[in-house]
Design a protein around this ligand. Sequence first.
Ligand SMILES: [Zn+2]
Length: 676
Amino acid sequence: MTNPLLQAWQTPFGMPPFESIQASHFEEAFESALKQHQAEIDAISNNPEPPSFDNTLLALEASGDLLNQTSNVFFNLSASHSSPEIQSIERNLAPKLAAHSAALYLNAPLFERIDALNQAKHQLALDAESIRLIERYHLDFVRAGAKLQAQDRAIFAQNSEKLASLFTQFSQNVLADESSFCLTLTQDEELQGLPTFVRQAAQKLAKDRGLTEPHAHAFTLSRSSITPFMTFSERRDLRKTMWNAWCQRGEHAGAHNNEPIMKEILKLRLAQARLLGYKDFSEYALADTMAGSAQQARDLLLRVWQPARLKALQEREDLKKLSGLEDLEAWDWHYWTERVRKEKYDLNEAEIKPYLQLHKLMQAMFHVAHRLFGVNFKEVRNIAKYHDTVTGWEVTDANGQHVGLFLSDNFARSTKRSGAWMSTYRDPMHLSASVRPIVVNNNNFSQGPEGQPTLLSLDDARTLFHEFGHGLHGLLSQVRFPRLSGTSVLRDFVEFPSQVYENWLMQPAILKEFAVHAETGHPMPDALIQKILEAQTFNQGFSTVEYVSSALVDLALHETTDLDDLNFKAFEAQTLKAIDMPPAIGMRHRLPHFSHLFSSNSYASAYYVYMWAEVLAAAGLDAFLEAGDLFAPEPARKLYEHVYSAGNKQDPMQAYIAFRGRAPTVMPLLTKRGLA
Ligand SMILES: [Zn+2]
């Protein structure tokens, strides 16, 4: 038997041959890939020639092809279409990959070469992008412990390995709690208030889960299932059941409890940060960001927090007045908000939803990319797929040249983790030849009933555009080096291209053209568009408070150094009390299932980045509004040149200023959210 992961793929667009890949192939593939990469690294670090840009940095960039390819296939499947076998392989694999990565960064002769090049970088007649690559590698190595002495290096490497295993356990525990919960309703009185589209999606979900009771409707902890339930269900008791299940993910006593794992992760992070000379993990994490320090990040959050809190308190009064509830609870908020929305704006989700057909909104997101950047999208059906609901699109530029392949994986299923994300099967680069990317967007929408279009909520539609903004950031990359290409940018910059893209969805011209009623085929009426736009600032107190409170808890948690006695529930409560959290609003993510924080190091002490990027994004759209044209060529050209095609080839603040002509301010964000 041959292992398809170790063969050259003769498939259209070089897609992985999913139909012949079995979970059992991964172990052998990773083993070969790790060996191969290690041999490449050894050849670089043992090279008797003095270090040069080509024999060190370029060689490093060109190494690890098989490992990248195998990892991309594996981790995409593990996130989008997992299985018990994949999960078990992942648990075994995590420490091995971490050990491999630690060995790379703690390779002393290799670091000596990079260090020498870093010192000589301005004497080597290199272009700016190459110099930036040297600096980036140098920083990566230093941050991964390359300057540590012998014993500390070993401890650092061990800690990294332990962390990797803990991240996997954390994620798998959340997934276990999410997929084991299902609220099954069969009686009409249990379904009170739920509009037809919610019932239909719930019936489909029941069928998918193999529920055989007659009239079964299933509700799960996928956002696209729980959110409409919380919005429309008239049954306060059932809303409370759902809410509690949502909040308690990762917190249940027993095998899937995440608290010991979180504590262990925090201790290891603190130890790592201290080894590198930082006072806490937050200081370490924020040192390599646009914000630069936890204080800067917190300052921004607090500038938004005060007005958001006041707005949320007003919103709460409105809800209390309408509901007559003195004891308004968190599980009442969505439901009564929907009522107030209807009363204040004569607007409800059920009225909007038939206009938000997934396939039309995908056309809209392609159209915006075409108008801004001249790219075209054509569906391709001859590609290998890991799930039959995935669609593929070839992206070409204005001259018909291939730009990349875009995969769209939109629907929730029990084998997919929750949330929405962009990822790649192949990354863009231009070393010896041009390599164009294969980019995938994952969403968790509820698929429409058989033969009918999938309808989205406004939130879902925004998510669709958001992830496509990330997708374009990967697809349009014209950067030479993989380490600097596509979305490999600083954490608080990476959400800028995605958030700025969301803005185009809410433009009247776009809604008019693409928000077409699923049954009548009529475009969305002007009056409804007007109402939607007016309602945009509605409930922004709540949304902002829900998010900012989570971000502040994250920062505070990673500044905590006394971890032995840490009680997570008490810590949350205490931090929220200190900022005067308005009652009846929950954190957007409670700690025991806060995957941003505990499924990797990427967003730890960095959940603030969404708000940071939103400041950039709100001020970014203004460039087009000031020009009086949503697709004004000049800002579009600059946005392409300095942002979407530019990866991390220059300092992000300089890139932003090159696009926008000035540094960002917080005011456009406050205005956009109605908090000014
Ligand atoms: Zn994002």
